[in-house]
Write a protein that binds this ligand. Structure first.
Ligand code: SF4
Length: 460
């Protein structure tokens, strides 16, 4: 068997703190700020008060005011099987009447928000169906859910509707139904093409289903198809990764997202580690995973794709947008419904009840099912947005100054000087730009921007 060696990325961060080498248990990626364990049930009244205020106005670069955009997120917590690396709240045992009960609850929850002052006449600009597996629902269930949502908040101004799908749940008929709902961006959770790797990691689908689903989706003509891969699944090898990337390139998706495998405590992999008394997860170390992502990026770049975040390449950056991510990172209001979902309204973060029964009980009693919240302070909003937008590779000083009133070079003088010293970033006129090497490990660098009281933990 020939050995394929993937060249390491050019080194940049020579003096950065030592790399965490092995993959140990715990959350690695920064997805929000302040960290989740600062969100508390006692802050729920702050969210309730935020719902009663009109939407916030933002200063823009040309000194005009614009209303904060509104997005919707609907969580569908059902899957055919639980993947061994999954850390989401998912259910694999619900029958059709329980699923119908859940959809009814989601619609009731939307109805509780629809007339609140924070909506302020806005229509959603972007909509996201995530999970779990939204494509687990039947075409009839999806139509019932989305018709109900559209009655409460019309979608006629939505520029992007994203739908996550697991390849094995997609038939030609279901894909057509999904497109007819208005979905513009289909995100296929492929993760890998090798049947043994898919099986050993607990995925429900196999390679044949990927090929079939992708061909249907292309034929139907979704405006945008994203495919997801994971670098560093259990039993991944250099050779298999090279093959997986070649297959992904051959599909010519509109965008590719590559996740580096992390092993949070609520995964099957961690349970197994615990039972065996192991501290290191049976997956590649962080340096190898970064090298694999870098390899995937470089292979796609050969075909004209552009890297536009720590985990994404896009075929045509001028056309292929991802408004949900942009909105989420830049502090848009995100009205989020469903069990365990995360939202943000008028500066207050919130998360719903994390279990099925308490969630249903609250909504069916006519109450919002919010479990915990966090009212952000202005400096925390600045930190959050600056860090999350940096995950896209570069930030504009003038845009941040217009929005928050101070130049990021002043606001974040210390951490920026540190990252510059480490060779991780440069200031090029208006732009603060990360090196490729830093972009691939940005999550461990972002902690330098945290307020001291938030530093003990990243995500909690
Ligand atoms: S399909 Fe996604 S949400 Fe469902 S179990 Fe697997 S990783 Fe989790």
């Amino acid at each position: 068997m020939s050995t394929i060696t993937i060249a390491p990325p050019p080194s940049g961060a020579q003096h950065a703190p030592p790399l965490q080498k092995e993959t140990t248990a715990g959350s690695y990626f920064i997805t929000n700020y302040p960290p989740f364990n600062f969100w508390k049930p006692e802050f729920v009244p702050d969210l309730l008060a935020a719902l009663e205020r009109p939407p916030a106005q933002l200063s823009t670069l040309n000194s005009q005011l614009s209303t904060v955009p509104l997005g919707l997120y609907t969580h569908i917590p059902f899957c055919r099987k639980r993947c061994h690396f999954c850390y989401f709240k998912v259910y694999t045992d619900k029958d059709s009447s329980e699923i119908k009960g859940y959809i009814d609850a989601v619609l009731k929850e939307f109805a509780l928000y629809a007339d609140k002052p924070f909506v302020g006449g806005r229509k959603p600009r972007f909509i996201y169906f995530g999970g779990g597996t939204p494509s687990y629902l039947s075409p009839d269930q999806l139509k019932y859910l989305t018709d109900g949502m559209k009655r409460l908040m019309p979608w006629d101004e939505a520029e992007e509707i994203t739908f996550e799908a697991e390849p094995g749940t997609l038939t030609d008929h279901k894909l057509r139904a999904i497109r007819e709902l208005g979905v513009t961006r289909l995100s296929l959770g492929i993760e890998h093409f090798d049947d043994h790797i898919l099986e050993i990691n607990g995925r429900a689908h196999r390679s044949k289903e990927i090929a079939r689903a992708y061909a249907y989706a292309r034929e139907i003509g979704f405006p945008q198809i994203n495919i997801d891969l994971i670098a560093g699944m259990v039993e991944e090898t250099e050779e298999k990764w090279v093959e997986a990337v070649a297959k992904a390139v051959a599909m010519r998706p509109d965008s590719l997202t590559v996740y580096q495998m992390e092993v949070p405590y609520n995964t099957g992999i961690y349970q197994q580690m615990k039972a065996q008394g192991k501290l290191v997860a049976p997956v590649a170390d962080w340096q190898t995973k970064r090298r694999w992502v870098d390899y995937a990026f470089r292979e796609f770049e050969k075909f004209g794709y552009a890297v536009n975040s720590t985990s994404t390449v896009v075929r045509d950056p001028a056309k292929v947008k991802f408004l949900y991510r942009e909105g989420l990172f830049s502090g848009a209001d995100l009205l989020s419904v469903g069990v365990a979902s995360f939202g943000h309204i008028n500066g207050v973060h919130y998360q719903n009840q994390a279990d099925f029964e308490p969630y249903l009980a609250k909504v069916n009693a006519g109450e919002l099912p919010i479990f915990r919240a966090y009212p952000t302070k202005p400096d925390e909003r600045y930190i959050r947005e600056f860090m999350l937008m940096l995950k896209l590779g570069a930030n504009s000083r003038s845009q941040f100054k217009a929005k928050f009133g101070t130049d990021p070079l002043e606001q974040f003088a210390e951490p920026l000087a540190l990252l510059k010293d480490w060779g991780c970033l440069s200031v090029e006129g208006d732009r603060i730009v990360l090196t490729r090497d830093a972009l691939l490990q940005v999550d461990r660098l972002l902690i330098e921007f945290f307020k001291p009281e938030h530093r003990l933990t990243k995500n909690g």
